[in-house]
Write a protein that binds this ligand. Sequence first.
Ligand code: GLU
Length: 405
Amino acid sequence: MKKGEPNLMEDRKVKVRIAPSPTGDPHVGTAYIGLFNYAFAKHNGGKFILRIEDTDRTRYSETSEQQIFDAMKWLGLNYEEGPDVGGPCGPYRQSERMGMYAKYAEQLVEKGEAYYCFCTQERLKALRERQEAMHQAPGYDGHCRKLTKEEVEDLKKKNIPYTIRLKMPYDGQTIVKDKLRGDIAFDNSGIDDQVLLKSDGFPTYHLANIVDDHLMGITDVIRAEEWIASTPKHVQLYKAFGWQEPNWYHMPLLRNADKTKISKRKNPVSLNYYREEGYLKEGMLNFLALMGWSMEGEKEIFTLDEMVKEFTFDRISLGGPVFDLVKLAWVNNHHMRLKPVKELAELARPFYEKLYDLSGLKEEKFERIVEIIREGAHTLKELAKLSDISSLYFSNFCLNKSIAF
Ligand code: GLU
């Protein structure tokens, strides 16, 4: 933006999104990023929306999409626009927007910002092998960037398949203005001419993501650190289209105890797992918030509403947060103790019913048991289990069905 030019983004109402790809169980990382988007939007009176990025059909799973919706609802991270709730900028599934991306790629070709690439897989493979052998960084060599208009027309007439690539500047730098990390400079010479449109006419993640963020009016992109490397391409794409880029925030990645990126080999990562174990949504959200943010006065136990009220990006810490299950259990225990007993008993009932026959037990007595036992329990599952071991009072009233743990 030039000096003196109005910053349109500053004047626009905050609108943020999560854009998960439905490829497996709903991931704790989606909830973590969703939480920060939600808190920022709500704190600023803005909108939080959900878009499904399902252009990679080989990895798509329908149940996974539904599970993302359910997990967000369970946590109370309610989005105002999305595939299952609708909204003015739909459709919110990229697979239903397929028809619109090619037009934008063609637009960039017309503007001279992108070009047709007719290179075959064989040529690209040979190029990669040559670069490897010569210990050069891998990347497209710009072969088709030099084609004349006539040559392009000729190849198109011959129905040679093509992709569309972005023309990256040969020299200079691209600056990613990250609101959490300051300016991050990338040498343009090290960035490939990114494919925007594949030969089957499908967009790549980069094109679809930017076109959709623009069309959906996204003002702030809050996503995980792992996307930083893609961001200079995104900045260049915004420039090529002549669109105002959003504000960028790259949140620290959740990590295993050994500091590697969180993975299911070392940690349960599915939100379903935590729900089935009997973690409360309040505990889960509070814990995820603590992974990247702290509340004024270092208060550790808080609700979503309290977070929304106090949320600013000033209190984000960028150190790699370790997904510590002991801490999660501790936070969850606090929320179990804070919850009105009636509500907790209602949530705990299915966990008890898996172990005991509650039919002879009066509601009041059940609530009393829950109230006594919750002090030492970290999850609803543990609450039910501990009731059997430590409550004589309880065992007087119930027939022990089985212990499934
Ligand atoms: N589809 C990407 C993902 O799976 C979205 C990344 C972004 O937020 O731009 O996380």
